[in-house]
Design a protein around this ligand. Sequence first.
Ligand code: AMP
Length: 193
Amino acid sequence: MRLILLGPPGAGKGTQSSRLEQKYGIPQLSTGDMLRAAVKAGTPIGLQAKAVMESGGLVSDEIVVGIIEGRIAEPDCAKGFILDGFPRTVAQAKALDAMLKRHHKELDAVIELVVDDQILLSRIENRAKETVAAGGAVRADDNPESFKKRLAQYHELTAPVSDYYRSVGELRTVDGMAAIDAVTAEIDAILGK
Ligand code: AMP
């Protein structure tokens, strides 16, 4: 099963992807996680991405498309994958189309988690507070200033990705403000499980 989860930062894509990963035995491919790992490891891509990520900006299409192209060619993606945080621009969506076509593969579903901005802002504040309380390190881009920029980028550049998949009749939407289990149930219903 090849699946895309769309939605703004803080919508719950990571949480739902982890559940889908366990249920279907296919990997969750989060470009955000991969980029954070590259930053931590100090790779050339990480060095390029660090500042733009911390400010809440978007890493170049070229870098993330290259990362995904390499990743989906790995053996654990043979049965499918869940894309979380990619595509984030229409150019990335078109690059993904071309990539899948070259490999004679198709998407099974594109699901958008819909959540109001105000709810996202309070979720992100709570995520930071909970992380601190648990003794963890808050993500460098989970401060209100960077988060607002990430949200603005989402509306400007990523919302059109939903329109793109809607225009080709592939987009399904789910109320991401419902309880976590209810969101999972809706996704399962869409996937027919
Ligand atoms: P995320 O963990 O998905 O919220 O991603 C964290 C940050 O990584 C984003 O704010 C961007 O700076 C960068 N990033 C992740 N995925 C992409 C993508 N598909 N295109 C461009 N930048 C990305």
